[in-house]
Design a protein around this ligand. Structure first.
Ligand code: WT7
Length: 662
């Protein structure tokens, strides 16, 4: 366990960046959706009333009876109220209720990696969602059933989510970069009835054959009754196997479907989706989000954090397979009637200026991406963004991991032209919506700090005992419930309590992040304090990778740590002891085979950067792996030039040295 105190590397930056504070311009402030600093106190004064005023801006079928019921750690928000998420994201914009009639406004502006384009107006989206909702019903999906979605970033991914919501089903989106085994496990945990996938998607000029991967998964998914396959098309379409009676082409089903499907009246606390995320064990957790509170949280943060205006073109680069895609590609923007831009492919395809060309071409006004991407852009050089006209941008966002001040400043100057505020937004799959963030028309920002809790959110830095740390380092904590919070872990309520609510009790939520507060109360996030890694903004459990490793026939034992990486933030380093029979094998070939094995088990995102063979793994007397020692070895700190891990005595020697320090 790494304590926050050990992670003081940011201290120096705190000092350096005091000098680089950014105050939003007068013009920005004047036009901002929120520009009154008193809003924080007002919201804190009666946070239930604050959130209720946001919830009232949604369309309800029946009003709620109670804003909040809090029997820690179980919350009910807007209980008794009835609504439908797809109605809030689509119907109310086209049917003109609540004032705005956005039927001809672009809801989704999409570009595929090869350059093919599609635009769906709110009216188009409305019809597509209704039709696909009818398709789902016809295939036997009904209220409460789970469906799995394994798609590239194409409009059908959004349509599928909203259609699921329309009929009261629960979607579980699985990132297209996950392997077939990872897909299989997620389908089985959710007991999904139906899978939606595509023949393929484009990534760096290659066709990623999703249906083939799905077919492999489905050999061991007894709950799946039907598969709907989107034909990605556009260029030459590779053959894909269609299994009669189980598999159906999306476009065929849509041809026959009616474009009118009455929405289900869902309870505010009915499940909207499950999203699997990595924790500290080998098994991913099914985070459960419900309808009313979730929608309220993403709606509010979308409007205030991104200062969203009707004329904006909003681009969040996250894949729909992550919570950022759920909240700020689908539900947040669409609930606000925004125009969302979606791009299918890689940022460096065909050249390293693809993103900047897209910003210019579509006149993107708000751009939300991850630090790992920003660091890659920095490395590729200023010439790429300089070639494009980025003058439509007015606000930039960052999410997924701590942003280093150098990257923040580069982003602000080279992409934002020095004029755009940056919102560094801290949140998690579990929190559903942004929690700690600047308000761009209010907050004076400091490069590298996520600044302050959103109004109506109560965040602190606490020490081990749960005592408040006014200024200094400790653990991030959320001290009161919030509307978009996770409600439980799917089929695992015990783990829900243990994981998030047992560190301090008293209904205080433990996010698993180290954080410090400066003299002005600003939050500086320092990374995870548990065995969760953050690799290129992707959350991966060390245990997950370890389970994948030990499933390889040549591996006896494995321990995984991360080390700092210039672009990815963290990179995976695996320590492996081999089984007797494998010790004579060529280590170069074994390294590749073992890395490939992890990719097969989890997906390319979990490919270890390095495999180190060790005669022994350093353990404490109680049998716990000494991760700090391994981390030091991985960072190159613990081993001299002449020693190697293969030497059977070296681990014992190091271990002794570490035990002496403890
Ligand atoms: C973890 C959650 C929520 C969106 C994507 C990630 C880290 C997220 C920040 C930030 C520092 C951040 C935390 C958190 N994280 N945003 N702005 N500054 N760290 O969602 O996969 O659930 O990961 O990402 O460590 O716990 P996720």
């Amino acid at each position: 366990m790494q304590t926050p105190v050990q992670r003081n590397a940011l201290d120096i930056h705190v000092l350096l960046t005091e000098a680089r504070k950014f105050t939003p311009s007068k013009q920005f402030q004047a036009q901002a959706n929120v520009n009154d600093p008193a809003i924080y106190e007002k919201a804190a004064g009666d946070y239930e009333a604050f959130w209720a005023s946001w919830a009232r801006q949604l369309e309800w079928i029946e009003p709620w009876k109670q804003v909040l019921e809090w029997k820690a750690p179980h919350a009910k928000w807007f209980d008794g109220g009835k609504l439908n998420a797809s109605v809030n994201c689509v119907d109310r914009h086209v049917l003109g209720q609540g004032g705005a009639n956005l039927r001809n406004k672009a809801a989704i502006i999409w570009e595929g990696e090869p350059g093919d384009t599609r635009t769906l107006t709110y009216w188009d989206l409305y019809r597509a969602v209704n039709r696909f909702a009818n398709v789902l019903k016809k295939l036997g999906v009904s209220r409460g059933d789970r469906i799995a979605i394994y798609l590239p970033m194409i409009p059908e991914a959004v349509i599928a989510c909203l259609a699921s919501a329309r009929i009261g089903a629960v979607h579980s989106v699985v990132f297209g970069g996950f392997s077939s085994e990872a897909l299989r496990d997620r389908i089985n945990d959710a007991e999904a009835k139906l899978l939606i996938t595509a023949d393929f998607g484009w990534r760096r000029g290659k066709q990623i054959l999703l249906k083939n991967a799905a077919d492999e998964a489905l050999c061991a998914c007894p709950s799946i009754q039907n598969v709907v396959v989107v034909q990605r098309g556009g260029v030459s379409t590779p053959p894909c196997h269609i299994q009669a009676s189980r598999d159906h082409w999306w476009h065929r089903l849509m041809e026959d479907a009616s474009s009118s499907c009455p929405p289900e009246a869902m309870n505010a606390e009915d499940m909207l989706y499950i999203l699997y995320t990595s924790g500290t064990t080998g098994k991913p957790k099914g985070i459960v989000h419900t309808t009313g509170g979730y929608l309220t949280g993403v709606y509010a943060t979308m409007k205030w954090v991104f200062d969203l205006k009707p004329e904006d073109v909003f681009w969040c680069t996250a894949d729909i397979g992550w919570v950022t895609g759920h909240s700020y590609v689908v539900y947040g923007p669409l609930a606000n009637g925004a125009s969302v831009f979606i791009y299918e492919g890689a940022p460096d395809w065909p050249e390293k200026d693809r993103f900047w060309k897209l910003i210019e071409k579509y006149g993107i006004t708000i751009f939300y991406t991850a630090p790992t991407a920003i660091r890659a852009f920095m490395k590729w050089g200023d010439a790429w963004p300089r070639k494009a006209d980025l003058s439509t941008l007015r606000l930039l966002g960052s999410v997924g991991e701590p942003i280093n001040p150098e990257a923040w400043i580069w982003y602000q100057e080279k992409i934002g032209g020095g004029r755009c505020p940056i919102v560094d937004t801290w949140w998690q799959t579990e929190t559903g919506a942004i929690m700690i963030t600047p308000l761009p028309g209010v907050t004076v920002t400091k490069p590298g700090s996520a600044t302050k809790a959103f109004p109506g959110i109560f965040a602190e830095v606490l020490n081990e005992l749960g005592e408040r740390i006014e200024s200094g380092g400790g653990y991030a904590a959320i001290t009161r419930p919030w509307p978009s919070m996770l409600r439980t872990l799917f089929k695992d309520p015990e783990r829900y309590e243990k994981q998030y609510w047992s560190k301090w009790k008293n209904g205080i939520y433990f996010p698993g992040d180290g954080a410090k507060r400066d003299e002005e109360g600003y939050f500086w996030f320092l990374g995870r304090v548990d065995d969760v890694m953050n690799v290129a903004g992707h959350r991966i459990g060390t245990m997950e990778v370890e389970s994948a490793l030990v499933a390889h026939p040549d591996v006896a034992e494995a321990a995984v740590v991360s080390r700092k990486h210039e672009i990815k933030g963290e990179a995976i380093v695996a320590f492996v002891t081999l089984r007797e029979h494998a010790r004579s094998k060529s280590s170069r070939m074994l390294v590749e085979a073992i890395k490939d094995h992890v990719v097969k088990k989890i997906g390319a995102l979990a490919r270890p950067e390095e495999i180190l063979f060790s005669a022994d793994l350093p353990k404490t007397r109680s049998g716990k792996i000494m991760r700090r020692l391994l981390r030091d070895i991985a960072e190159g700190k613990a081993l001299g030039d002449t020693t190697t891990l293969a030497d059977p005595t070296v681990v014992e020697d190091l271990k002794r040295r570490y035990e002496e320090d403890e």
